[in-house]
Design a protein around this ligand. Structure first.
Ligand code: DLL
Length: 430
């Protein structure tokens, strides 16, 4: 099903023409109205006249998260304040958050793009969406909310947490779709199992939208199996409208990135050098339609690759692979580099492992992985647990080339956060 069929099925040459026109307009707008960009372009020795086609994009300088953070609280506004109707913030690990502004038209466009995503997965106005993301400065809940409203769904704006109440709401309002983080989805699955609630019989959920955190295919498989639903991956970031920048279609094999809205590039995360299509690197995005706060060549720090093959669903917008992690999240232990998701991938594929884990880094580069047991493994005998411990030690060492210490803990005993999961605790001092 399509929401904006004429755009979703645009021919590639038509899409290119549209992108070129929008890019030139965006570059001219930031040159004229954003002192930050005029200065940056000047330093790089380029101006709007240098941008004749999308191939010329690489002449423009990058924008980094630090650039956006430094512009707080005014933001990199390209519209008069009187034309701006919303601000969202995205908190970094340190210092000021990033302030992202939207005009009325920006919000309208974002709602339509989100409606495209939802319709693409088979959702209709008959659905009831329980929005379990955080409402507020975070874009996660509100942008989904407006998209679902545009489709005409009944929305239950429950926000996260209070799992007992969530289940009551699901029952009372006959919820068919959930929107939540993967870590909360795992927790919910665990909670239902502990309460003896069978989601297939007792609830009506058929679709789950999961995003805001990196997670693995193994985690998706677990959520689908536990809840008896289809899980679709939703990617986005506040700097680009929040959720719905890229979304999976019914094929569930890569996420269509809406190329009429964003120009994508993949660059080497170290050097910033553009990489050939198909190679894995850092995703860089340029907004094509934003009025209030356009961003040029924004370094997302997210690692992925473009899947160049056409999608059987017919949409021309190219797909990206599931985000495998953030360049900033890479861990270095005893001189070896790896991403936390590599550990998750191993854990979620092993029977006996429950639904939550924590990675601890201590002095002397000691790596400990705390793993919740599944309910059935927890009731098992000690010998079984020792074997499980050895299996995990071996499998993780094979994957990341560092031998971890495995601590098995009881189901539900590790902390669950209401927002994004915090799974890595690094107690090493430099
Ligand atoms: O997390 C927007 C969002 C909300 C996306 C709800 C999807 C669903 P920020 O707080 O600005 O915005 O964080 C953006 O989260 O750069 C990625 O590192 C990570 N991220 C978001 N979605 C995914 C995903 C929202 N599906 C940052 N897979 C991004 C992996 C994701 N990482």
């Amino acid at each position: 099903m399509f929401w904006q069929k004429e755009i979703e099925l645009l021919r590639r040459d038509e899409l290119r023409r549209l992108q070129t026109e929008r890019l030139r307009k965006t570059v001219a707008a930031v040159w004229e109205r954003v002192p930050f960009y005029r200065k940056r372009f000047g330093e790089a020795g380029v101006g709007p006249e240098a941008i004749g086609s999308i191939e010329d994009l690489c002449q423009l300088p990058f924008t980094t998260a630090e650039d956006v953070r430094r512009s707080y609280p005014e933001g990199l506004l390209a519209a008069p304040r009187s034309e701006v109707v919303r601000v969202h913030t995205s908190s970094g690990t340190t210092g000021n958050p990033k302030a992202i502004y939207f005009s009325r038209r920006d919000l309208e466009t974002a709602a339509d793009v989100m409606a495209r995503c939802l319709t693409m997965t088979g959702a209709t106005k008959e659905d009831v969406l329980q929005n379990m993301m955080t409402y507020g400065l975070f874009t996660g809940a509100l942008m989904m909310h407006y998209g679902a409203e545009r489709v005409g769904m009944l929305i239950v704006p429950s926000g996260p947490g209070h799992t007992e109440r969530q289940v009551k709401l699901m029952r009372d309002f006959r919820t068919t779709i959930l929107h939540l983080t993967p870590s909360y989805a795992l927790y919910l699955a665990d909670y239902l199992e502990r309460q003896g609630i069978d989601p297939r019989k007792d609830l009506r959920i058929r679709i789950v939208y999961v995003g805001a955190e990196a997670y693995t295919e193994e985690t998706r498989a677990r959520i689908e199996a536990a809840l008896g639903v289809d899980v679709f991956n939703c990617y986005g970031l506040s700097e680009m409208n929040g959720p719905g920048v890229a979304f999976e279609c019914l094929e569930k094999s890569g996420l269509h990135l809406w190329e009429d809205q964003y120009l994508m590039e993949i660059v080497d995360p170290e050097s910033g050098r553009p990489l050939p299509e198909g190679e894995r690197g850092e995703l860089v995005l340029t907004t094509l339609c934003r009025e209030a706060m356009p961003l040029i060549r924004y370094r997302t720090r997210d690692i992925t690759r473009i899947l160049p093959e056409p999608c059987p669903c017919g949409r021309v917008h190219r797909r990206i692979e599931r985000i495998s992690g953030r360049a900033d999240d890479m861990l270095i232990v005893r001189g070896v580099n790896f991403y936390p998701q590599q550990i998750e991938q191993v854990l979620m594929g092993v029977r006996g492992v429950g639904r939550n884990y924590q990675i601890l880094l201590e002095q002397a580069d000691e790596l400990t992985v705390r793993v919740e047991l599944s309910a059935s493994a927890f009731d098992g005998r000690v010998e079984g647990l020792r074997a499980l411990q050895e299996t995990l030690e071996r499998a993780i060492r094979e994957e990341i080339l560092v031998k971890p210490k495995i601590e098995l803990v009881s189901p539900g005993s590790l902390p669950v956060s209401e927002g994004k999961a915090k799974r890595v605790i690094d107690n090493r001092t430099l």
